[in-house]
Design a binder for this molecule. Sequence first.
Ligand SMILES: [Zn+2]
Ligand SMILES: [Zn+2]
Length: 308
Amino acid sequence: MITNVPSANDLNKSALTAFFAAWHPLIQLFDDFNQSFGLEDPTYAEELEDYYKHCQAELETIYALAAQASELAMKARICEVSPFLLLLGNGASFGETASNIDFSELRTIDAVDLPNAVNAICPIKVSESFKQRFTEIRKLRNKITHLGGAGKDSAPRDVMRLLVEQYAELWPDSYFLNNWIDYIDSRRFSFFHDGKWTSAEMEFADIQETCFSLLSKGEFKKLIGFPKAQRRYICQNCVYLGGLHRNDMGFGDLTTAFLLDDNTLQCQLCTITSKIERKACSQEDCKGNVISIEEPFPGQCHTCGMDQ
Ligand SMILES: [Zn+2]
Ligand SMILES: [Zn+2]
């Protein structure tokens, strides 16, 4: 019999890991320059161009991971219907054997055939523009794998746009920020997350502003599900869980909660929904008017974090 048959869930998890293994260093790559020079500062346009040249090797890895993420996510969709459909098109033949066959030893469908297979087999299809982007990433990945280089410079902003589009199409109903922090929490460095000096929330807070400012209005809405201009609030759960209240980062560095309606707030990082009341904050210098009324942090302002 065939053993170790993959599950759609496992494949999808691996797809998300590959996606964020591309996304996280891409944002860090922007953030490193932003912290030292300023991405939007025209005085450093020449330095930025030079910096991007230094980024090419890392961008190649990012492309390879992006291709892997898309492949695995499409395989997950096919697997949802039946894992054995992943063996399509390879004329699997079996010799005389007494032992079990491990699924991973069987040849699965070629990457190039995945979009059409998904569209033929699965209830949710991939779009024409997705197919084009997938071909583009895959070609570049193959060049890198077989020829040891992409043969052209990639513009990091273009790579970012591409990743946004891929995520929005592959995981339309997911919590992007929640998926991202799950990835941060799964990395090797999470061993050092003590919640006091370092945590996944602190790592995220460090690059949040760079990421949010780079996303266009349309991209922000696609990924996070709210208009970029909508006011963001702090989530006490994330702030306390991540130990942000203990160090210099302050509350304002992690603003991941949005109003769903006039008395409900939802954090996109931890996905917790909580009840609030609209009332002016008692702090003199705070213009906030969203106050928590729920345990474990009743009476705290979602703008400045102060008790009322
Ligand atoms: Zn939260
Ligand atoms: Zn306040």
